[in-house]
Design a binder for this molecule. Sequence first.
Ligand code: NAP
Length: 485
Amino acid sequence: MPTEQIQIRNFIDGQLIEPVGRQYLDNIEPATGKPYSQVPDSDSRDVELAVAAAVEAFRDWSHQPAMDRSRILLRIADLIERDLEKLARAESIDNGKPLSLARGLDIPRAASNFRFFATAILHTENEAHVTDGIAFNYTLRQPRGVVGLISPWNLPLYLLTWKIAPALACGNTAIAKPSELTPMTAFLLCDICREAGLPKGVLNVVHGTGPNVGQAITAHPRIETISFTGGTVTGRKVAETCAPMFKKVSLELGGKNPNIVFADADQEAAIAGSLRSSFANQGQVCLCGSRVFVERSAYPEFVDRFVQAASKLKVGDPLDTTTEQGAIVSKTQLEKVKFYVDLARAEGGKIALGGAAPEVPNERCRDGYFFPPTVITDLPVSCRVNREEIFGPVVSITPFDSEEEVIGYANDNDYGLASSVWTQNLNRAHRVAEQIHTGTVWVNCWLIRDLRVPFGGMKQSGVGREGGNEALAFFTEPKNVCIAK
Ligand code: NAP
């Protein structure tokens, strides 16, 4: 199926259908700034239809043997892999990310989400407790019902399937809402689900804006479980809607992640790793290390080599397979990035690299949303640019003098999603990891993923954890059955 000029449809009760209001929004290709498809501008009426389908489907799906659910989810994984090229291209066009990144990371990880949870449910254990010879307790883990899954635009299929796979594997039925900015891969996934034999109504995808569709999902009384990934401001709204209804909510939110380089680190590896963690997907990964702290004795050389390496990253048409930096997802996001670079100048920062629009990569991309890798030095640690999430290819580098000082810098932030520590000193690695308030601490690496480990943020980076056991626990209700002897 060509991705150009497609009119995307909602996926409700196993059918690809028009939104009730027949309203559509332009879906803009970030690399060109031009609409290339249309996305349903759905509303609460579409969510009602999806809920009705999901409620109906839950009766059978929740009682399917785990092995049957597993087989279907494994088939979905296989089909994602079969369609890797098509999905990667769709994601690159939709999102502006380099095709090589979509092909090498996002789409394979979407397949492994399904594969992991399809097999995890075959190996779960239930706890049992004998109470002093008077009773026997066991825990029955049951699916929660219809769940709402809301995801952002930066890793569209990867993050949405990280919710869909465990939710369905546990026997729930789902209403998913991708970001209206990047709906295409979720749309293509619907066809894959049909082909894999997923029963109708088990997965429903309703496209549209956050205020219309996302809000209708979070406020719906029949959807008692919400898994949300997105910005902290939106997460707060989701929490406000869900709290009075006592919904079970998982919030994966923003980050302003510290990346700490000690002088004893393997500098070659630290520079290469920091380059990735600063600029992968144009810095639009919640885990990007946008605050780099380098021990003072290593600072001048690190900055020189880092700037030199960043200057070589090829900004270009995302569909060009040699491109390393694609387009920013939207005009609004591009304006936000520019705002923060101007603010950095006003806050006394020195632009060591980038900071202004790059050359147009080619004629096709003349009106695209491009911004080059930008490195800022000399900023005060506590200024806005060092505190607020920019979510673009902008990184600030600051020197530090001691372990204690840099731990203070790392923790002095409202966010607590992830951090990286670069050192060859094993004791220091453990010591620092223990003291940093982030949900993940990577030591001498970045973005390594093992689906069994807990994933999520502290402080304003979120509540709850994704990852293997956490996701299985989140999407099930643990019921204690106590039998007297
Ligand atoms: P966003 O604006 O918060 O949107 C996230 C999702 O929520 C979108 O689907 C959005 O819909 C929807 N939404 C908006 N308003 C809503 C409402 N009132 N009720 C329910 N849903 C609503 O975030 P984004 O700009 O797409 O993504 C970037 C943010 O996500 C960054 O802050 C990044 O750090 C964070 N993120 C976090 C993680 C993590 O694992 N912690 C991973 C990736 C990204 P529309 O946009 O379609 O209107």
